[in-house]
Design a protein around this ligand. Structure first.
Ligand SMILES: [Zn+2]
Length: 289
């Protein structure tokens, strides 16, 4: 069967326009604050986390440079303005794969399997188990999540119950061991991001927002002209008349972006917005933040 991009199937009706928005690196933001991980917070706040991970953790660690990555105009690569080292697009890809693998305790061998499974697609990258072990060790050398993982094990040992920053509780019944630890580790960030995006109000902040308010304020009063046509755990798509697209898009992004508190620290996950008649080829939408 020919593979068709799912995105190409979302096209606005004539006279309408699509607004898509997603929370950028949402789970990493929550992980960084749950773990109190300074390098991860820095990467999220000041740069592109996949580039930082490639440059600072995997390819050029411990070279006596704090690395400030600047995107090279024209070609897809990043140059450190201090030491002139270069993170190529392929290096960034490797950084991205280890970012996704490592936070939730995926081992180096499994990471190699998962990455090699995608090696028939661009950038056609393969990794040996030995290299994967080196990448994984380098990643964990730069991002120290082990104390957070240890706290999770302590918490599981106490009552097998994890509580999210939104007050959602889950008790885990799996047998004691690594699979249980993985499940519990992924649960808190994933659940927190889902609550945040859906619009659950965090009691410390009392700020409404998220999908619930987008629906109540920007869709429901204008039905059927305004529609919520897609929602996943960190993104949504609206369809509205083209004439109000820009205005509704900006208001929706503002409602989607709101602070979160984790471990007594308040932060705001950035929102990326796009607008256009066809999901596959949309323009960037900015609300000035
Ligand atoms: Zn540097």
């Amino acid at each position: 069967m020919k593979k068709i991009s799912v995105r190409s199937m979302f096209i606005a009706e004539p006279g309408n326009i699509l607004i898509a928005a997603d929370l950028s690196q949402a789970e990493s933001w929550v992980v960084a604050h749950l773990a109190g991980e300074r390098n991860m917070k820095h990467a999220l706040e000041f740069g592109d986390i996949h580039t930082e991970s490639a440059g600072n953790a995997l390819f050029f660690p411990n070279v006596g440079c704090g690395h400030v990555w600047i995107k090279d105009k024209g070609i897809k690569q990043w140059i450190c303005e201090n030491c002139q080292r270069i993170v190529t697009e392929l290096m960034r890809y490797v950084g991205k794969r280890y970012n996704h693998a490592s936070s939730y305790r995926m081992g180096a061998e499994k990471a190699a399997q998962v990455i090699n499974k995608d090696s028939d697609k661009p950038p056609f990258f393969t990794v040996t188990v030995r290299q994967s072990k080196e990448f994984s060790a380098a990643w964990h050398g730069y991002f120290n999540l082990k104390p957070w993982w240890a706290d999770i094990e302590t918490q599981l040992g106490r009552n097998r119950t994890m509580v999210t920053p939104y007050g959602f509780k889950r008790t885990f019944f799996a047998s004691w061991g690594n699979e249980l630890f993985k499940e519990a580790t992924a649960f808190v960030p994933q659940s927190a991001v889902a609550s945040h995006a859906l619009g659950k109000v965090q009691k410390e902040l009392g700020i409404k927002g998220g999908l619930r308010e987008i629906y109540n304020q920007l869709v429901k009063p204008y039905k059927p002209q305004h529609k919520l046509i897609n929602f996943s755990h960190d993104s949504f798509i609206l369809e509205v008349p083209e004439a109000v697209g820009q205005e509704i898009g900006v208001r929706a992004m503002e409602l989607f972006r709101r602070p979160m508190v984790v471990n007594n620290e308040t932060f705001t996950i950035p929102v990326d917005g796009e607008i256009g008649p066809r999901w596959q080829e949309m323009d960037k939408l900015s609300d000035g933040n």
